[in-house]
Write a protein that binds this ligand. Structure first.
Ligand code: GLP
Length: 233
């Protein structure tokens, strides 16, 4: 595991964007696995700037997002589809048809199956970007007794509902369910880049140096051959 310690959010965002930009330059038709949350916003801002400066192009890039809230359609400001359009896709030269986010509004079992098949048909991500929840969740893979393999529907834990309520008008509006890539889907990415900002050092270090257990979902990354972790200690 390649562990990079940075001093602030600005450095975190630059280091992460440089790794993603390098991936796009090396393989212009890369499949990028993308994440939401506050951690990647600065990374996306840098990628938008790099694209506007002509240093990178998303023309041939394809994307697969980790997860989506159940019950929110893409035009809901709290949906992850809306987040991705707003923070990245609408600001770079990507073909929107090549961007994929799980559908939170259909039948969750069918949608999960279809999304797993889609990601598999694309050969899984060349580079998967991840944030990390306070309880060690990646995507929306919450602490549990077995690592979930494929894309699935999940009940969000109270701590995740609480943490994510800051982005909603009230906690009652936070969906209780989501569709997420499984741990198996994430682990099939060729490279993984985990970023974590202020206040996440304890859970990052528990994940990276602690036991590999499904109760700390991010700990599974210790078993992947090509992981870079960038965090603020
Ligand atoms: C959500 C997302 C995760 C993300 C996490 C942390 O729960 N599903 O993919 O990593 O939030 O978010 P933040 O970066 O805002 O702390």
């Amino acid at each position: 595991m390649n562990i990079i310690k940075v001093k602030n959010y600005e450095d975190l965002s630059r280091v992460a964007a440089d790794i993603i930009a390098e991936q796009i330059k090396t393989k212009p038709d890369s499949v990028l696995g993308l994440a939401t949350g506050s951690s990647p916003i600065g990374t996306y801002e840098n990628l938008v700037a790099d694209c506007k400066a002509g240093e990178i192009s998303f023309k041939d890039v394809k994307t697969v997002n980790l997860d989506e809230y159940s019950g929110l359609s893409g035009d809901n400001v709290n949906s992850y589809r809306y987040f991705m359009n707003y923070n990245l896709f609408d600001k770079v030269d990507i073909d929107k048809n090549n961007t994929h986010v799980p559908n939170g509004t259909g039948d969750s079992v069918e949608e999960s199956k279809a999304y797993e098949n889609l990601v598999a048909s694309m050969g899984y991500a060349d580079l998967q970007l991840l944030g990390i929840g306070n309880n060690g969740h990646i995507g929306f893979n919450e602490p549990c007794d077995d690592f979930p393999a494929a894309t699935h529907s999940v009940d969000l834990t109270e701590s995740t509902i609480q943490a994510n309520s800051r982005l909603f008008d009230s906690i009652d509006e936070v969906p209780r369910k989501a569709i997420t890539m499984g741990i198996g889907t994430i682990m099939k990415a060729k490279k993984i880049l985990l970023i974590a900002g202020e206040g996440k050092a304890d859970i990052v270090e528990k994940s990276v140096y602690g036991k590999v257990i499904p109760q700390v979902p991010a700990s599974v990354l210790q078993l992947h051959p090509d992981v870079t972790v960038v965090y603020i200690p």
